[in-house]
Design a protein. Structure first.
Length: 255
């Protein structure tokens, strides 16, 4: 079957590999490069369908696999200790690696520079769900990026998209809403396997919430899952392809 993308590895410093899929460059000198970082559990493959539509929109689409997902390098035990202790060095490390990846693309892929109207060329950085914890590091810790690298990538940054970030990725505690459902603390899920399956259903369900533009959150749908659920439509092979349980367990799932 034809795949409108290629599988790639970017080799960064300190032995870190980043596995990503790439739509390739369109036949254009001013295309925009969209770099997308996935959330928890679901790996970068969930964005592969976007590659088919990239060129017609003058885009080059890059779907990252974050550390520990796909064939990207796992975190070391020391790095995980920094993560769990909430040390700034962890976020600084993420900022540097994302910046280094962008620099690699600029230097090896002939990436068009951002246009003077800021509508063509350059990068749009997209974080989905907990992937925002990585993308935000780039903008929150500019001091973690060496000056030559910062000066290389800065002229290429068009915009940053926060796509459905959870409170934790923004550093906020979860709101104290009555009946708020947390798939990780559901008392009916007693084993890790049950909790992971529960998370898959909850996070891929379709909820119809009321209008909250007034600021009121009353009437939100806090069910653990809905009848329409993406993971229910996948075969076991598709689930294994799109969902990386071990990466979630090792790096992000509550203990």
């Amino acid at each position: 079957m034809f795949k409108p993308h290629s599988e790639c590895i970017a080799k960064l410093s300190n032995g870190v590999d980043i596995h990503y899929t790439d739509s390739g460059a369109p036949r254009s000198t001013n295309y925009v490069t969209l770099v997308i970082l996935h959330g928890s559990g679901f790996n970068g493959a969930v964005f592969n369908p976007l590659h088919e539509f990239a060129h017609r929109s003058n885009l080059r689409t890059i779907a990252w696999n974050r550390r520990g997902y796909g064939r990207s390098t796992d975190y070391t035990d020391g790095e995980l200790a920094d993560l769990r202790a909430g040390r700034q060095v962890h976020q600084d490390r993420l900022a540097f690696q994302l910046a280094e990846f962008l620099g690699h693309f600029i230097e090896t892929k002939d990436t068009p520079k951002l246009g003077s109207d800021r509508k063509t060329g350059g990068f749009i950085i997209v974080g989905w769900s907990f992937g925002n914890a990585t993308t935000l590091s780039l903008f929150a810790s500019p001091g973690a990026i060496p000056k030559p690298l910062y000066e290389l990538i800065e002229p290429y940054i068009m915009s940053f998209v926060l796509y459905d970030p959870p409170f934790a990725a923004l550093g906020y505690p979860s709101p104290d809403y009555e009946n708020l459902y947390d798939p990780w603390t559901d008392p009916t899920c007693l084993s890790p396997e049950q909790r992971f399956n529960n998370f898959q259903h909850w996070v891929s369900s379709y909820y119809k919430h009321p209008d909250i533009s007034s600021g009121s959150c009353s009437g939100l749908d806090f069910r653990k899952r809905t009848k329409m659920c993406t993971s229910n439509r996948w075969s076991e092979v598709q689930k294994a392809f799109h969902f990386d349980k071990m990466a979630l367990v090792r790096t992000e799932a509550p203990s």
